[in-house]
Write a protein that binds this ligand. Structure first.
Ligand code: ADP
Ligand code: MG
Length: 334
């Protein structure tokens, strides 16, 4: 290996996971038949997934429901064996489950409770600390720091099952970070949280990534999370990655429209019928109209608008990334 080569923190190549589930036959006869001969169906949850993440990067992993995000993260956390392909995280093959690897990464599943339900949060954290063999002093300092940052220090003595969803998620995050992992797999860490908690978790993650240089792979259905935290996104659908690049490039690749706002002379009429042929009217207020215009039609449409209507001003904008991704997933039937 050349002297100064820096290994990526995560390197995935051709990772594939096939799940085999058996098809239920309809009705009683089907059920009886199924006892003798089961018909299997195969789901390719991940197909030839390849990507690299450099140390300290915070990458958004996006895709509609059932796209294969959780499956991929579970393979990277060593919870699932792949059907084929390779992965290397910090020099480890995740599913070999080396003790050294366990101490360097964390997986947070927002949809699943990983803490002990019937214990006060603090005791649940203490059990986690024991599993990782964390020294008392280090444990105390880490818990204080994390719970202060996350604003749940005063909830440490509350039973986990009595915490609000937001408080519980913050404790889950604290538990996940107790052993100071270098790589974080965060699967919907803000799901279902109120807006204030979402913001808190977001700020915490940004701070953690910036100060600790932790490598983070994050999934979220909230585009605010992605927009505020990730410069790079990997988009997956039906197990296949179809975009890996800058979030800002998503617009170039997938935005079919631009937003054209025209301002008309006061008192002049801007008849809806005359506008409809240029694009969909998305907003209308006295004197102004906002139209969604096909990207390749923007120049001729603006020209036509100037020529045919009493237009005073025109403003052209990109469709918000959030809308583009939402539409992208809707189109892909997510
Ligand atoms: N344990 C499993 N057994 C069978 N199929 C599964 C299992 N886990 C996930 N799948 C299927 O794999 C696909 C990807 O699921 P998942 O990785 O959970 O998607 P995402 O996290 O992107 O919503 C889905 O079609 C899902 O139904
Ligand atoms: Mg999932």
């Amino acid at each position: 290996m050349p002297e100064h080569t820096v290994m990526p923190a995560i390197a995935v190549h051709g990772l594939t996971k096939a799940f085999r589930t058996y098809k239920k036959q309809p009705g009683f006869r089907g059920a009886v038949r199924g006892l003798f001969r089961r018909e299997y169906e195969q789901t390719l949850a991940a197909r030839e997934v390849s990507f690299k993440v450099e140390e300290g990067e915070l990458v958004g992993f996006l895709g509609p429901n059932g796209a294969g995000k959780t499956t991929t993260l579970k393979m990277l956390a060593g919870l699932l064996y792949p059907t084929s392909g390779t992965a290397n995280v910090l020099g480890y093959v995740p599913w070999e489950r080396a003790d050294g690897y366990r101490r360097q990464f964390a997986l947070l599943l927002g949809q699943k409770n990983q803490l002990w339900w019937d214990l006060p949060a603090r005791e649940s954290l203490e059990l986690n600390a024991k599993i990782y063999g964390i020294e008392r002093k280090v444990f105390e300092a880490t818990v204080t720091e994390l719970t202060e940052l996350l604003d749940v220090k005063d909830k440490l003595n509350v039973m986990v099952r009595e915490l609000s969803l937001g408080e519980r998620m913050k404790m889950e995050l604290t538990a996940a970070l107790l052993h100071q992992p270098k790589v974080l797999f965060l699967d919907e860490p803000t799901i279902g949280l109120d807006v204030v908690s979402q913001k808190k978790v977001r700020e915490f993650l940004r701070h953690h990534n910036a100060t600790r240089k932790t490598t983070i792979l994050l999934t979220s259905h909230y585009m605010t999370d992605i927009q505020e935290l990730c410069q790079r996104v990997i988009i997956i659908d039906h197990g296949t990655i179809f975009f890996d690049g800058k979030l800002t490039e998503v617009i170039d690749r997938f935005a079919d429209f631009k937003l054209v706002t025209i301002e008309c002379d006061p008192g002049a009429e801007c008849p809806a019928a005359a506008l409809a042929k240029y694009g969909e009217v998305v907003e209308r207020a006295p004197g102004t109209v906002k139209l969604k215009v096909k990207r390749d039609r923007v120049v001729p449409v603006c020209k036509a608008l100037f020529d045919t209507l009493p237009v005073r001003d025109i403003d052209i904008q990109e469709v918000p990334i959030e809308d583009i991704i939402r539409e992208l997933f809707a189109r892909k039937g997510g």
